[in-house]
Design a protein around this ligand. Structure first.
Ligand SMILES: O=C(O)[C@]1(O)C[C@H](CCCOc2ccccc2)[C@@H](O)[C@H](O)C1
Length: 142
């Protein structure tokens, strides 16, 4: 069975509770249930942490076994060389996702340390971005 690791970074545990105009009104757990229903033959493994080291540890733990990584590192996107290095270190291909259109927001959100380590980046499509990333990673070839 194909396995996809979905990683959410800091504050994304607040999805559906705060800032709905930017991030929507659904919790990620609710969304994940709909995603699992769309991919019944795929094991979607979900991890969220507010701590950079825990995100890195999870990438190390599963990044050599899963078929792909979907990562929304939250604000660490714009600061973390360490997470970028972790993505480089493992064998699973990664796709970066951002719910909001970061390019239409503050300039400090316009740079990502992770994009160069990913096969692609999905930005501004809301939670649909995660589905797009999963679909891409399930393709047979890159
Ligand atoms: O648009 C995205 O997905 C972001 O990765 C979200 C990050 C922020 C995550 C905060 O998520 C919240 C969700 C609900 C309520 C409050 C924060 C932000 O720092 C990035 O620049 C873009």
């Amino acid at each position: 069975m194909k396995q996809i690791l979905i990683i959410n970074g800091p504050n994304l545990n607040l999805l559906g509770k705060r800032e709905p105009t930017i991030y929507g009104n659904r919790s990620f757990v609710e969304y994940l249930e709909t995603l699992e229903a769309q991919f019944p033959d795929v094991q979607l493994r979900y991890f969220q942490s507010n701590h950079e080291g825990e995100l890195i540890d999870k990438i190390h733990e599963l990044g050599f076994d899963v078929d792909g990584i979907v990562i929304n590192a939250g604000a660490y996107t714009h600061t973390s060389i360490a997470i970028a290095d972790a993505l480089s270190a493992v064998t699973a291909p990664a796709v970066e996702v951002h719910i909001s259109n970061v390019h239409a927001r503050e300039s400090f959100r316009h740079h990502s340390y992770l994009s160069a380590k990913c096969k692609g980046v999905v930005v501004g499509l809301g939670l649909l971005g995660y589905e797009m990333a999963v679909r891409y990673l399930l393709r047979s070839e890159y």
